[in-house]
Design a binder for this molecule. Structure first.
Ligand code: ADP
Ligand code: MG
Length: 616
């Protein structure tokens, strides 16, 4: 028998390993920045070109490498971070597997420049597809610079697999943000295609979050601190009213390492129970410290998933800490966003017997008299000199929780949708009669029975078809705004929006990117209103995020998102004219039966169905 097993050459083994560690430019960014952090740098600069497809450079002022180490670092399983197997349970560094640089060097052109503080000269190494092309001494400041060019130059299949620049850049930004958030004491800079995207000075945690996500973030943060033997927790949860449609700003760090954990995420969602509107995602930045031996980081090559020894206890501590913080900051009163608290009957009052209301008036009151009597003792103008005893009116409000002015102010009125309906409506008398059920369904008798239409979904369908038409025929009517509306976004969101700009333009939007965290809207589509922009943009970004998982045209996605954001909502009462208009418009659509999200828009209750009911 002949033996057929052989050891793979190193460069092949490295390429296979690279498949796990280096999936896209963002993976390289993560590994290089983490190495810089491990090298105790206090200033780290990231430079990328074409979302990292052409070039990724990380420059640090850390401890640098000796001539030998500079050569060795590209070997597989070459690391300065652990020596023994037991070290795996006392990890204080980001890396320890010693495979990142070997993997990167196997699939790209890499250039390393490095110098240790005490040395006169540094080392310069060029390596391509695992082969050292050049090595020479150079003059270099203390620290290390890695330059990675032409990623996957030797694996065309992997290169073709990369997504558009904007999607790849989002991954890069994600990785950058994760490390930068984990280390607020390190200064970070990022440049993309020559433009500065982030400039983050060394600071504290709160300020780092604010610098990264924009000035407005500060007021959204609720601090958390909890110290137990098992775990200490620090960080912030975001006030529920700032929850978003997208899951963007959710971060867990364990021992300064970003991790993903659906289990811990669940603990936080549990703490928010009853505080969030449906399908809204709260932001959080949570930093957990646990003894290193109680976790296993080595269960995944990218080390973003870890195992906790005391998972359940940590869940409980995290949940109660978050709940406590949310409660302490008196966020609880805004439980029901849609309800008008003025309409609530106080519980105590509910149980009182009904009594005949007493008419209370002042028979001597003369509005034309100038006498002092119309002034109350406090100086307030009053129509009655006879003051109603305070307790009698105050008792009316017994049981109503005190609602601060601030909260009342924050309950926004529903936007008016009046502009949707043109002036040349037929007169009321000529219309069929409609009525609304639960401010959700529009009901109208038709020849064969009864039509029941879902107002929100029907309107989504109408808007969706209108928007698609505008996009293809470029006939959108744009309405310039006297004062531009500013929308603050994260850098990632701004980047996403930039990609959508041409499509948004065809719909009548005119936008200007004021900075990498602010967009100014100068004109809107005819039917959109200024106060709808923010939810509308959120909806569009949310859909774009989902779009990554499913195929579909960008224009359809935007039309869908906009229709969703602009459509008449459930809970809005409609006039007969509005209902009539809605029904007519729906049936002028190409596909009136379903909403853009494939849900039923109306239902016909046939006479025969009713007959059947009455047969019983
Ligand atoms: P790991 O980080 O798991 O040790 P890497 O392949 O990422 O493996 O790096 C190999 C070694 O190269 C590290 O252990 C470290 O000693 C050295 N190294 C890498 N990047 C730097 C850097 N920016 N500054 C100093 N040393 C570095
Ligand atoms: Mg490393």
């Amino acid at each position: 028998m002949t033996s057929i097993i052989q050891l793979l050459p190193d460069h092949v083994a490295n390429q296979i390993a690279a498949g796990e560690v280096v999936q896209r430019p963002a993976s390289v960014v993560k590994e290089l920045i983490e190495n810089a952090v491990d090298a105790k740098a206090t200033d780290i600069k990231l430079v990328v070109k074409d979302a990292g497809k052409t070039l990724i450079q990380v420059i640090d002022n850390g401890q640098g490498m000796s001539v030998t180490d500079a050569r060795l670092c590209f070997e597989r399983h070459a690391t300065s971070k652990i020596k023994h197997a037991e070290d795996l349970f006392a990890i204080h560094t980001k890396g320890f597997r010693g495979e990142a640089l070997a993997s990167i060097a196997a699939v790209a052109h890499v250039e390393l420049k490095t110098k240790q503080d005490q040395e006169e000269l540094g080392t310069h190494i060029i390596i391509e597809g695992s082969k050292v092309v050049a090595q020479e001494p150079i003059v270099h400041p203390k620290g290390t610079s890695f330059l990675v060019k032409n990623l996957f130059f030797n694996i065309p299949a992997r290169r073709n697999f990369l997504k558009s620049d904007s999607i790849e850049l989002r991954h890069v930004l994600d990785e950058f943000q994760r490390v930068a958030l984990a280390h607020p004491n390190i200064a970070f800079t990022m440049l993309h295609n020559g433009v500065e995207v982030f400039q983050l000075p060394s600071t504290n945690l709160r300020q780092r979050i604010v610098n990264m996500f924009g000035g407005k973030t500060n007021e959204k943060l609720v601090p958390i601190t909890e110290n137990t033997d098992l775990v200490s927790i620090q960080g912030f949860v975001m006030k529920p009213e700032y929850a978003k449609k997208t899951r963007g700003e959710q971060f867990f760090f364990v021992n300064h390492r970003f991790i993903k954990s659906s289990y811990l995420h669940h603990a936080i969602m549990n703490a928010y129970e009853g505080l969030l509107k449906e399908a809204m995602h709260p932001g959080y930045f949570l930093y957990l410290e646990v003894p290193p031996h109680t976790i296993d980081i080595n269960i995944h090559p990218t080390k973003t998933e870890i195992k906790f020894e005391e998972e359940q206890a940590i869940y409980a501590i995290l949940r109660s800490a978050a709940k406590h913080s949310l409660g302490q900051f008196q966020i609880a009163p805004i439980l029901d966003f849609e309800r008008d608290p003025n309409l609530d009957t106080p519980y105590e009052y509910n149980r009182l017997d009904a009594s005949i209301p007493q008419v209370d008036f002042n028979p001597q009151f003369n509005p034309f008299s100038n006498s002092e009597s119309i002034k109350t003792s406090t100086g307030n103008t009053s129509f009655s000199t006879k003051r109603v005893p305070q307790e009698s009116w105050e008792s009316l409000y017994a049981g109503i929780p005190e609602i601060s002015q601030e909260i009342i102010a924050s309950i926004e009125e529903e936007p008016m949708i009046s502009s949707l309906f043109s002036e040349e409506e037929p007169e009321e008398s000529k219309q069929a009669s409609y009525f609304q059920i639960q401010r959700k369904y529009v009901v109208s008798p038709i020849k064969s029975g009864l039509l029941v239409m879902h107002q929100n979904r029907a309107h989504q369908r109408i808007l969706y078809e209108q928007l698609l038409e505008q996009m293809t025929q470029f006939n959108a009517v744009s309405q310039p705004l006297l004062f531009p509306v500013s929308v603050k976004l994260s850098v990632v969101e701004t980047q996403m929006l930039q990609e959508l700009q041409p499509v948004l333009h065809t719909l009548g939007f005119q936008l200007e990117f004021a900075s990498n965290q602010e967009v100014l809207f100068h004109a809107l589509p005819n039917h959109a209103e200024a106060n709808q922009i923010e939810p509308l943009i959120q909806e569009v970004l949310h859909e774009l995020e989902l779009e990554q998982q499913k195929p579909g045209k960008q224009s359809e996605m935007i039309a869908k998102a906009m229709a969703k954001a602009m459509a008449i909502k459930t809970g809005k009462s409609l006039t007969n004219a509005e209902m009539d208009h809605l029904v007519h418009q729906l049936f002028a659509c190409k596909e009136p039966h379903i909403s853009p999200t494939q849900q039923m828009t109306f239902y016909k209750l046939e006479g025969q169905d009713l007959d059947k009911k009455f047969e019983l």
